[in-house]
Structures are given as C-alpha cells and as structure tokens.
Design a protein around this ligand. Structure first.
Ligand SMILES: Cc1ncc(COP(=O)(O)O)c(C=O)c1O
Length: 483
C-alpha cells in the first residue's frame, strides 16, 4: 500500500511517514490494525531499514502507532476520533453522491416484504431459531478438524456444481426413507438454502409475467424471490386443509406454478389434506404447471409419523422439491437442496452454473460424515423430543394465560405455532411493543399479500427453553391486556 520514489526530492523517511499518516487519517488503516515490522517493510520497499525506523519513530512519537507486546506495531487506539473516523471530514476518498443514483428498474421498483425489527431479534419466540445449545458441537468440531487435516489437492479445487456426489447420495437415501420421495442422487442439487433453491427454480421455470400461486398467508421471502424474477404472485387462501385448490383455479387456472408448504404450512401450520394434494397434482398435470414444494421443517411432527412429501405422490414429474438443513441442523450452515424431475436436471445445472460455480465444498464434506456416521438421524430424534416438550409447555402456557382470547393453530409440527387474535387487535403494533421488551413475536398480518383476514402472532419455540416459556407467555398476556 505504500510506495516510495527514490528520485523524489522528499526524503525516504518522510515519504513513509506521510503515507502512513495519510492512511490513518483517511481511515484506510483502522485502530488496532497491524502494520508490518520495520524489517519487513524495508525489504518490501527495497530500502535500508534506517528510513523506516525513522518514520516509525516519528509516528510513534506523535501517537499514530503503538508497539504492543506480542502484537507487533499497530495503529494506535487512542488517536482522536475525527482522525480515525471512517467518514473523514477533510479529503473524502470517494465522492459522496448528492442524491439517489439510478439503479436498474428491477432493483429500484422492487418492494420487498416488510423488513421488521423482529426478523433479526434474539430472545423468546424467535422464529426459525434452533436449540443451538443442544447441537453436538464437540462432535461437529471433531469432524471439521478431521476434514480439514485431510484436505488434499482436489479438496482445494472447485467442487461438483451440483454438490458433492457423496452428499447427494446421502440426501437421496434420507429422502427416500424419511420423506417417501422418488429420487436418485443425480436429481439432487445442493444449494445454499431454500432461498437459492427457489431462485434457481424461478430462473429455470418462470418468465417475467408468469403467474404463480402463493399460499395466503404465506412465506413472504419466497414471494420476494418470485416478485424479483418478474412473476405475478397470485395469493390463494389457505384453510384447514391447506391451499384451497378450487379457489386457485377460480382465480387463475392458467398459473405457471404453485409454491406450497404442504407438510407444515408457513405460517398457519396446517397440513395439506390428502384430497387437496391430489387436487393440486391434478391441476398441475392438466394445466402444465409446476408445483414448488418447500418441505422446510417436516421432520418435526409430534402426534404422528412425519407426513410423506407431495413429491412422492407425483406420477407426472410436476413437483420441484426443496429441502433445507436450516431447521434440522442450523441456518448459518446455508445448505439446502433441490430435487428436480429427470428431464429438467441439465437445465437446472446450466442455469446454476451461470449463477455460481457450485456450493462451498468443505461443509458438505463435513455433513457427509455427520450423516453417514449416524449423527444426523440421532440429532433429529433428540431434537424431536426436545421440541415436542417445548411445544407442549408453550401450548399449556397459552391455554393457561391466554385461554379463549386467542385461537391456536399448527401446533402439531415444526418449530413454531400461530395464535390468532380476536377482531380489532393490531398485531404489528403489539409485536413492535413486544420487540422493545425483547419478545420476538412475529405478527401474522404481514404474511398476507392482500388484505389480512387474520391478526395474530407466529411464536417460534426452537430456541425458547421450557423454563423461559411461562414468563414469556405472561409477558405476551400483559401486552395483550394493556391496550
Ligand atoms: C417456509 C420456509 N421455508 C424455508 C425456510 C428456510 O430457508 P433457508 O433454507 O433459506 O434457510 C424457512 C425458514 O424460516 C421457512 O420458514
């Protein structure tokens, strides 16, 4: 970052001093950032050590840098704020634009679903949060270390674009036995979570202007992907049996696709009935539409065996299946998968290649070990018991504290349940007040694309300990009673 000019009239030590001082003042070098030793810098600049020693002595004396035992020489932490501010007041590094600059129309007209305080909140009832304290971290770190130690030249290179063969085999075998899917490893594509799975699917299957059925209320992050792809999202109401296929047909028979969460509808938690599943498959076959099945947390069912996936019933290869490790392991892993009908495999691969060159290999390899050594199945079994107990404690507390003031929905599966409020209550307002008290209840109404027909909350219990539940529900009751 520093260059010196031997022929310049300015002395070398002064050039070095000025270069460092400017970098510190402009914020390119930040407090605590390490700078090279005098020996290393002298050798990099091809000068003797003397001018470097002189420049460093001056910087030290003026307080720009300091020597720390064991840490070498670092930018001083005690220089005045205005000198180290990332937005220098004197000479800006990059001119600040005077107004908004034109982004592409797609970006500037995109109106994503509300970004809300409770999306990132950490505390009781956070949605999508897993019981991280119960994750077998010691074992996982041993697998990570083992894989790291055995990285050969191949492991440094690009991995397979569809994802590691071994992982795809493990996923296919798991899906056939645990989710009743018809699939082979060749049909599987490993992706960075459901979100990317949907993005790839939209690029392969949908055109700008394509109409897509979306559950109402539904998973707004999925609607965002479709909207960004230029699709026209058609909200189709969900009732006790899941997406109402007849209503979808009445609204838009010619839709190109339907996005559904049949095992555990998000957010209401209902399971799609067998007759609705058959109706949906019939509609897809007769109108040449695709069904995008998001099976995000189906492993957790508490009163019965997990319900088989819709893909397993599909005799006409109309279903694109999306699965994720975000709920069964943890979301920051960013690993999920697509199961694609045979005839679409190559097209999915071609499009994916243009988007990225495949998922990162390392954690796929760790996951292969985790799955093949039986830890995955064991972890799911343990978590099913843990979440079942958390869910029961939550249901009991809601019954005790909130009683008939709310209706509870979708408590048989997954890691969240929904409660709906009686007429006249505004869920967003209450959720905002709750967030200020560190209670991360998600309001239900923003999950509607059209006019919300219900107000209520989505309560996650994955990361909420049994001991925390009664007081958190009491807190919710107080929020509901103090209008
Ligand atoms: C309906 C639904 N699908 C998928 C996911 C998981 O998304 P990802 O795999 O991108 O983490 C979630 C997470 O909350 C969800 O609610």
């Amino acid at each position: 970052m520093i260059a010196v000019d031997r022929n310049a009239p300015k002395a070398l030590h002064r050039q070095i001093y000025d270069a460092y001082r400017n970098a510190i003042v402009k914020g390119s070098l930040r407090p605590r950032q390490r700078i090279p030793s005098t020996r290393v810098l002298a050798s990099e600049l091809g000068v003797s050590r003397l001018p470097v020693l002189n420049a460093y002595a001056q910087l030290l004396a003026e307080g720009y840098i300091q020597s720390r035992v064991g840490a070498g020489t670092v930018v001083s932490i005690s220089i005045p704020d205005q000198l180290t501010s990332s937005k220098p007041t004197s000479v800006p590094l990059v001119a600040t634009p005077s107004g908004p600059r034109p982004a592409a129309r797609r970006a500037s007209t995109f109106a994503p679903s509300q970004s809300s305080p409770w999306l990132g909140g950490w505390g009781a009832f956070g949605v999508g949060q897993v019981a991280s304290d119960q994750f077998p971290l010691h074992l996982w770190s041993n697998l990570v270390a083992r894989r790291c130690r055995s990285m050969d030249a191949k492991a440094f290179h690009y991995g397979e674009q569809k994802g590691s063969r071994a992982l795809r085999e493990a996923i296919a075998s798991y899906l056939r036995t645990a989710r009743s899917l018809h699939c082979e490893a060749e049909q599987i594509m490993v992706v960075s979570g459901s979100q990317q799975a949907l993005e790839i699917s939209a690029r392969v299957l949908l055109d700008p202007g394509s109409r897509v059925w979306m559950e109402e209320p539904g998973y707004r992050l999925a609607a965002d992907v479709l909207t960004l792809a230029g699709c026209h999202v058609v909200p189709v109401p969900v009732d006790k049996e899941g997406l109402n296929v007849a209503a979808g047909v009445a609204r838009c028979r010619k839709a190109r696709a339907a996005f559904v969460t049949p095992s555990h509808q998000f957010p209401l938690g209902v399971t799609m009935s067998a007759s609705r599943r058959l109706q949906l498959l019939d509609w897809a076959q007769s109108s040449g539409a695709w069904i995008i099945e998001d099976d995000y947390d189906s492993e957790y069912r508490y009163r019965s065996m997990p319900v088989a996936a819709l893909q397993g019933l599909d005799a006409h290869a109309r279903v694109i299946y999306i699965g994720t490790f975000s709920k069964v392991l943890f979301p920051s892993l960013r690993l999920g998968y697509l199961v694609v009908p045979w005839d679409l495999v190559d097209q999915f691969l071609t499009i994916r290649r243009a988007m990225d060159l495949g998922p990162p290999s390392f954690h796929q390899d760790v996951l292969v070990d985790f799955m093949s050594e039986g830890h995955f199945a064991r972890h799911i079994r343990r978590m099913r018991v843990l979440y079942r107990d958390r869910r029961s404690a939550l249901v009991d507390s809601i019954n005790k504290e909130l009683g008939p003031t709310v209706e509870m929905l979708g408590d048989e599966a997954g890691m969240h349940l929904a409660v709906t409020l009686r007429e006249g209550r505004r869920d967003v307002e209450i959720a905002e007040r709750a967030a200020r008290q560190n209670l991360w209840i998600w309001p239900l109404s923003p999950s509607y694309i059209g006019k919300p027909s219900r107000q209520g909350f989505i309560l996650g219990f994955g990361s909420t300990k049994i001991t925390e539940i009664p007081s958190a529900v009491r807190q919710l009751r107080n929020l509901l009673t103090n209008k």
